[in-house]
Ligand binder design. Structure first.
Ligand SMILES: [Zn+2]
Length: 112
């Protein structure tokens, strides 16, 4: 998947339908999510917020597992690297990092 890297604070817009996915309240520093039909996963460094069956299949996650109970495998070093392994034709991953020196992030996967 094509990977687009952004630095927080920023808006996240679906590359396929241009819907605003992550809205940002600049005063509160709070963000909310509004997923469109193209989103296949939403993850951050503590776990998944949303994932589709396709993601379960590719990453070999039990579909019954609760989002926050999922742990990334030992061979990768976090959710960023783990979600990099998802292969979808024409797909786009948007990674929003806290800043360059502290690469904590939020990861969005989109499928056309
Ligand atoms: Zn969309």
């Amino acid at each position: 998947m094509k990977k687009i890297e952004q630095i927080w604070p920023t808006k996240v817009i679906c590359p396929f339908c241009n819907q605003l996915i992550q809205t940002l309240d600049e005063e509160e520093g709070f963000s909310d999510y509004k997923l469109c039909e193209h989103v296949i996963y939403l993850a951050h460094d503590e776990g998944f917020e949303f994932r589709t069956d396709e993601v379960n299949k590719q990453l070999k996650i039990d579909p019954k597992e609760e989002n926050m109970d999922i742990e990334f495998p030992d061979e990768v070093c976090g959710y960023d690297e783990w979600t990099d392994l998802i292969k979808i034709e024409g797909g786009v991953k948007i990674a929003t990092y806290d800043d360059c020196t502290n690469p904590e992030g939020i990861y969005f996967g989109f499928k056309p």
